[in-house]
Write a protein that binds this ligand. Sequence first.
Ligand code: ZN
Length: 492
Amino acid sequence: MNHPLYVHNTITRKKEQFVPINEPFVGMYVCGPTLYGDAHLGHARPYITFDLLQRYMKYLGYKVRYVRNITDVGHLVNDADEGEDKIAKQARIEQLEPMEVVQHYTVRFHKNMAQLNNEPPSIEPRAAGHILEQIEAVTKIIDAGYAYEVNGSVYFDVLKYNEDFKYGKLSGRVLDELVEGTRDLDGQDEKRNSADFALWKKANPEHIMRWNSPWGEGFPGWHIECTVMSTKYLGEHFDIHGGGMDLLFPHHEAEIAQNNACYHKEPAKYWMHNNMVTINGQKMGKSLGNFITLDQFFSGNHPVLTAAYSPMAIRFFILQAHYRSTLDFSNAALEAAGKGLQRLMAAYKTIDEIKPSATSSYDVKKLETASFEALNDDMNSPIVIAEWFDAVRAINSAKAGTETFTADDIAALKNLYETIIFNILGLKEENIGSEEGSEVMDGLMQIIIEQRKTARANKDYASSDFIRDQLAKLSIEIKDGKDKTDWTFTNN
Ligand code: ZN
């Protein structure tokens, strides 16, 4: 490959040159969402981060198999392997079947991901579709001596594992501290040690999501699904495992232990983690009142929000920070991101208005080199964007006549825009609220409909026809109803 790509590997704590196990193929597994509610800003960040990575790898010529699961069983409300299943709890609240809950939120999740211009993964497996494989893996781990059964539940024996392998190498946590720190948790009486984690849990009579197993009716632990689905679709040793930093412990640490115990192999060559999103400096949480779903961002319909923010503004906002830095949301920051994005998008069109000169005062080749250097340096998207803001300044100056571009450079710049901004960063032009149902669009349309009504009441048909014709050019049709005037897009 022409561009040596460096990525930060969480397990070695170093930036390393990316060399695939089996070039040109790249296997990437990213932990997906537990879908018991709408996707929020905390979901946007990892999936935009790994979308950028897979887009860039495809650009570099790799054949990327991107697997991102959906957790539909086994993720309990409490990390100590106790309490209700998150999906089952939501099903009880909404009076639905658990799989209806998952289906409902999966459809909405896909819509949000498409709005953010995240390409769909190559495979999107669900945990509940892989119960047999999970039972098989748990059996193997018991047979290898690293798990034990108690009363129909199976736990991973962390101390035994630690004798043969080292537990905690990803998170850097020391086992003594883990044992010490979790001694008082409920339900630990079944576990030999408080650091042990559930591979399989016995289902109490009230538990609705249950399957037959060699240990009786139960359900899988949360961590085993990712071990099973990553190896099933990518093999026992694959290139990249990604996810949010909040998953590093215990989820990813548990995955490494399970894979070693089950297949005697390290699952991933590179572990990559994106940092967290905070809101006005605070962690997001339902109880804090700062838990904002993506739909609420897009509509502006949340008390913390002073405006609606488009999906591309959110994407741009996320790309403006390096994925390993914390990212703090505020209305001011997102508004600034929206304006920056508009400048970037407007300049692409301005290129067509530049009159070619005999020489260039701006170095397009340098922009290209700097953009790829930044991408190769562990996906340093904020540097890429900073370089492009300088290009935007040059484009606007060229239109004003204070910078010059040759005809060749104008063409090269346009090509580079398409490659870097649209194809790799995944930004795209969007019409504000270009969907029916968007509150911004509805609000604007109501103003226009009101203007047209006033014009007609004043018998100013020239104005009312003008409004109708201009809207028609935008594929918007106004429908006069008996008591209400409605509008619709004619092209979908
Ligand atoms: Zn996972």
